[in-house]
Design a protein around this ligand. Structure first.
Ligand code: MN
Length: 499
């Protein structure tokens, strides 16, 4: 489902004709070598494509407009090898509308002390030219990423790679279509929002469908197709029968298999990449989609519970941003449930009624059936597991009435001390940065939801860069957060982002 597109990034070197053809031939040769090395490094998730040196207003404008219309181009990487008078860039940049990285680097690592002369200085003056170029972005008030460092260094290459993933998130955001099955849960505030504004800001299309339309699709799934998928479940997952009747257990699992197949067909046919459901509005569905939604999330669909379309779109976005990542640890919808407040062991137990993505699972995954204790349907089958350990990022997109705010929290995932044999849901457990007390206080002051879009494979920098490209407010809760500073930041932002 998560089809990866072979996006490319254009590498555009800026210069001018003041220093003659020999100098320009060196500029072209150097930038070609850099592009080759970047592509060979294994540190970039997407290909870099070398473009001829930009030395005139006309060529700059033409190239940036070609980047706008090239469907495979997800962004442009620029670097001023010599000096490129920045007035030449104004019109081109004003017309450019994709992510842009200003890579502030230099062809040579070391000053050639024995041979350096003025020709060398003129040819290798990124320290000078990149400042002139950077100035015009600031003057134009344009968003761009600046990365400084030597192009052969792996950590710098990885930073470029991280930015590429953010850029693909920016480009792909406008392709996210969220299917709403039922409305938001009654009386709940934080899962609401302005869907028109979301389309203006993020490009998301958010449409409602009656639950019985998708339920009818589920009803058309053949017994043969369901039996094949149930066999796959029984092969892949451990069955926790727990003294339930074996035949009835299998029948309940088969209901989820029918939902998985029917939902996926309905989403595919109508071209949606994210879905929300609501336990209180299930129409003719026999169970709340549990196992089925978990499997769809694993395939790359976004999901939000109780009609939460903002989180559903964010989960999809974050799955796109991590696609094709080697050793990815997972991305999921998550919900803050309950605390452990024992000193030294503080943290938040994360789960949902059923819907946690198995991509975050650590070790074995089992199928369990239990009453939901909410709603009026059959005991749903669900996948249960615990999640991986390590650093991760939890995000919440909220609508403040006059603007969107993205809250980004660095968290550290841990194992709980003991098994929880009576808890029938998949879980994660994390301690937010800088600690539970300050992290939770800051989250609540910022108005963050109980639902999050969560990933082990993205950083707060990537999420903040995405928000900046979207032109929305982002606040970070991390190791440097203090409440006094954070409250001031919220206050200042309320002035900055006022419409
Ligand atoms: Mn929920």
């Amino acid at each position: 489902m998560l089809k990866s597109k072979a996006y490319q990034f254009w590498f555009c070197t800026g210069s001018q004709d003041l220093y003659g053809d020999v100098c320009l031939s060196h500029v072209a040769e150097h930038s070609q070598k850099m592009v080759e090395a970047l592509n060979a490094s294994g540190n970039l998730p997407y290909e870099v494509v070398w473009k001829p040196t930009l030395i005139t207003n006309e060529l700059i404008r033409k190239t940036l407009n070609e980047a706008n219309t090239d469907e495979n181009c997800a962004g442009v990487i620029t670097w001023m090898h010599t000096f490129s008078p920045a007035k030449s860039w104004i019109l081109g940049l004003q017309e450019y509308r994709k992510p842009l990285l200003h890579f502030h680097t230099q062809f040579n690592r070391e000053i050639p002390y024995d041979t350096i002369d003025m020709d060398f200085m003129n040819e290798n003056q990124a320290a000078h030219g990149d400042r002139e170029y950077g100035h015009i972005f600031s003057r134009l008030g344009m968003e761009r990423k600046v990365i400084m460092g030597y192009w052969e260094d792996a950590d710098i290459q990885k930073k470029i790679g991280d930015w590429m993933r953010t850029a693909v998130g920016v480009i792909e955001s406008s392709h996210i279509r969220v299917m709403r099955i039922a409305d938001n849960m009654r009386n709940v505030a934080v899962t609401e929002g302005d869907k028109v504004e979301a389309q203006i800001k993020f490009g998301w299309e958010i449409d409602a469908y009656p639950v019985n339309e998708i339920a009818a699709e589920v009803d058309t799934v053949s017994k043969g197709d369901i039996d094949v998928l149930v066999e796959e479940y029984y092969d892949k997952y451990e069955i926790l029968l727990e003294s339930r009747d074996e035949k009835e257990f299998r029948e309940h699992v088969a209901v989820q298999a029918g939902i998985e197949i029917g939902f996926e067909r309905f989403l595919e046919a109508k071209n949606y990449q994210a879905i929300v459901t609501h336990f209180g509005d299930l129409g003719s569905l026999k169970q709340l989609p549990g196992l089925a939604i978990q499997r769809l999330m694993e395939k790359g669909y976004g999901f939000g519970g109780e009609g939460d379309w903002k989180t559903a779109a964010m989960v999809r976005l974050m799955k796109i941003m991590t696609q094709g990542m080697k050793d990815a640890k997972g991305t999921s919808f998550m919900e803050d449930y309950t605390y452990n407040l024992v000193p030294g062991k503080e943290g938040i137990l994360q789960a949902h009624m059923l819907e946690v993505c198995p991509s975050v699972a650590d070790g074995k995954i089992s199928i369990k059936e239990q009453p939901l204790s909410m709603g009026d349907r059959e005991d749903p089958a669900r996948l249960v597991f615990t999640s991986k350990t390590g650093p991760a990022v939890a995000t919440s997109l909220i609508d403040l009435g006059d603007r969107f705010r993205l809250i980004i929290n660095d968290v550290n995932c841990k194992k709980v001390e003991k098994p929880m044999p009576k808890l029938p849901v998949a879980t994660a457990f994390w301690t937010p940065e800088p600690n539970l007390q300050t992290g939770a206080e800051a989250w609540i002051l910022a108005g963050g939801a109980h639902h999050t879009a969560f990933s082990y494979d993205l950083t707060s920098e990537q999420m903040g860069d995405w928000a900046a490209c979207m032109g929305i407010e982002a606040v970070y809760i991390d190791k440097d957060t203090t409440i006094r500073q954070f409250k001031n930041e919220l206050l200042w932002n309320s002035a900055v982002y006022r419409k």
